[in-house]
Design a protein around this ligand. Structure first.
Ligand SMILES: *Cc1c(COP(=O)(O)O)cnc(C)c1O
Length: 317
């Protein structure tokens, strides 16, 4: 089940005709604020505004025509949903997304804008997952877990090929974590291509399930209260946790206020609109000068789908 570097390389071949590599830049004012050389990997420039599109396209590109005709069904409040919806449009595959009640209308509209069908479940992500399972059983559509699908992990791993090929000298890559597919893929790429580069995960202290699962070595459930949608999960996912175990160098928790500061800093110094999760890696760097001072650090700006609340708080206190 665990993807390998070869799977990530194969994903890059599949993606080549669909997505150009994203830019990675550093900014003197940001470096000064962080007291480090910060390389911002701009996944916010993807067509759906987040890195996850690499996973959705890789999954669909690798499916047989018969499987594509079955359609896909998943559960999500945001970027994973848009990724599968977008990939469904590219490959002509029907995509159904179960979204928890209370998902903001603009997120539902984004999914529908790519031609996918959105179904509302009860309020929790768990209820949405159950509803998605039922839908898969009733219709034969393929159920896609956001965290435990190897093709998604291989696809998002292409971010790390791009980073490490452009800058094999990086001391660390800092990755925001929700389910953990991105950080797990970063571990696989770094172990193979740059063993001295530390991969460091960051999650919100208000939703620490992935962090606590990694620290304890078991899949645990935790309260899920962060405002940063991409970091919001109530449980650890088996596949990424298994890969991160023993390979991730460290896992930081930051509070949501620090994520807001990092969003403002990205806007002010890197002319970049980040959603909360997209600024979490930078928040991690800012929170631990003891780890990063004087180092060359890649931070993945995983997404730019800021919600109205995130836009409103950009202006500062
Ligand atoms: C999903 C997401 C994350 C977390 O990625 P995982 O692979 O689920 O750990 C981080 N940032 C953004 C913007 C996301 O959409």
């Amino acid at each position: 089940m665990e993807p390998t570097l070869d799977d990530i390389r194969a994903a890059r071949t599949l993606l080549r005709e669909h997505l150009p590599p994203t830019p990675m830049w550093s900014y003197p004012l940001l470096d000064r604020a962080a007291d480090a050389t910060v390389l911002v990997k701009h996944e916010n420039t993807q067509p759906v505004g987040a890195f996850k599109v690499r996973g959705g396209l890789t999954l669909l590109a690798g499916m047989s025509d018969t499987d594509r005709k079955r359609g896909t069904v998943t559960w999500s409040t945001g970027n994973h949903a848009q990724s599968l919806a977008y990939a469904g449009r590219v490959f002509g595959t029907e995509c159904t997304v179960v979204m928890p009640a209370g998902t903001p209308a603009f997120k539902v509209a984004a999914v529908e804008s790519w031609g996918a069908r959105a179904i509302r479940a009860d309020a929790s992500l768990e209820a949405a997952e159950r509803r998605a399972r039922e839908h898969a059983e009733q219709t034969g559509a393929r159920l896609i877990s956001p965290g435990d699908t190897p093709e998604l992990l291989a696809g998002v791993g292409t971010v790390y090929l791009e980073i490490l090929e452009a800058r094999p000298d990086v001391d660390a890559i800092v990755v925001p974590v929700g389910s953990g597919t991105g950080a797990a893929a970063a571990c696989l790429a770094a172990a193979a291509l740059a063993p001295r580069c530390a991969v460091i995960g960051v999650q919100s202290a208000a939703s620490p399930a992935a962090h606590d699962s990694w620290r304890s070595g078991e899949l645990v459930e935790r309260p899920n209260r962060t405002a940063a949608a991409g970091l919001a999960t109530g449980r650890g996912f088996a596949l990424p946790q298994q890969i991160m175990r023993g390979r991730l160098a460290d896992f930081l928790l930051v509070d949501d206020e620090r994520i807001t500061e990092a969003r403002r800093l990205l806007a002010a110094t890197a002319h970049t609109l980040a959603e909360g999760a997209g600024a979490a890696a930078l928040a991690g760097v800012l929170s631990r000068p003891d780890l990063f001072k004087g180092r060359t650090v890649a931070v993945v700006c995983t997404g730019g789908n800021a919600d109205p609340g995130e836009l409103a708080t950009l202006a500062g206190a």
